[in-house]
Design a protein around this ligand. Structure first.
Ligand code: KIV
Length: 271
């Protein structure tokens, strides 16, 4: 895709300024060219190629199975559809936790092979060496605290995190550490709104909430959830803007009927 010079790209610096100027950041996920193009045209500030692709694109129960190669494939498709938004890509489970050099190699592969602008990874002090290594190589890193789905088997549940004082305190310390290590933003997932507000006030980098209330610097949702493509998923934090699951199923049923009753194609729909 050729670059349209009239469109000003959103950068990590733009997001930093947005926090400073008290302008909210709107972020959504995307995993393919067609949706990414629409999300970008809709004026989104940043797109996350999330490892939630493991759930919504591949049908896995958790985010754990998706591979680095698969994330790169999704990221390449998204980058081809985007002219304006900042594109951030999740480092998948197992590609960064164990060894900082491996973390850097994974991040470098994403940046080189997809053309994305930044990576995201989950965790605080446990992954500090990996974060430093990646940041020191000049790659922008977005952190992710609170409900970190790659740790689901340790948590045992997708319930709200950090309701207890000890976990809340660690989360605040982790957020400060991520800022110190050079992260450009932090996703706060499913934590009490008051705690998210506290974290947002405690750091000078933007916080992007999902199920973290309104006193954060921006919001992110999984695009399939907000468009109503996912079925029977109605957490309290989700606002559904369309009901595509029933609309698409209905359209397919109508097509099936039209084919079987010889209504489609009609005279005007053939050569
Ligand atoms: O993978 C993902 O979609 C995410 C968002 C929920 C923040 O990490």
């Amino acid at each position: 895709m050729s670059i349209n010079k009239d469109i000003k790209r959103i950068t990590t610096e733009t997001l930093r300024l947005m926090k400073f100027e008290n302008r909210k950041i709107a972020m959504l996920t995307a995993y393919d060219f067609t949706i990414a193009q629409m999300v970008d045209k809709g004026g989104i500030d940043a797109i996350l190629v999330g490892d939630s692709a493991s759930n919504v694109m591949a049908g896995h129960e958790t985010t754990l199975p998706i591979t680095l190669d698969q994330m790169i494939y999704h990221a390449q498709s998204v980058v081809r559809g985007v002219e304006r938004a900042l594109v951030v890509v999740d480092l998948p489970f197992g590609s960064y936790q164990s060894d900082p050099q491996k973390a850097l190699d994974s991040a470098v592969r994403i940046m080189k092979e997809s053309g994305a602008h930044a990576i995201k990874l989950e965790g605080g002090s446990e992954v500090k060496k990996s974060i430093s290594k990646i940041v020191n190589a000049g790659i922008p890193v977005m952190g992710h605290l609170g409900l970190t789905p790659q740790s689901i088997y340790q948590f045992g549940t997708y319930k709200v995190r950090a309701k207890e004082e000890e976990e809340a305190q660690k989360l605040i310390e982790d957020a400060k550490l991520l800022e110190k290590l050079g992260c450009f933003a932090i996703v706060l997932e499913k934590i009490p709104a008051k705690l998210a507000a506290k974290v947002t006030a405690a750091v000078s980098i933007p916080t992007i909430g999902i199920g973290a209330g309104s006193e954060v610097d921006g919001q992110i949702l999984v695009v399939h959830d907000m468009l109503g493509m996912t079925h029977e998923f109605h957490p309290r934090f989700l606002r559904q803007y369309l009901s595509l699951h029933s609309q698409i199923t209905g359209a397919v049923a109508k097509y099936v009927e039209d084919v079987k009753t010889l209504d489609f194609p009609n005279k005007k729909e053939q050569y």
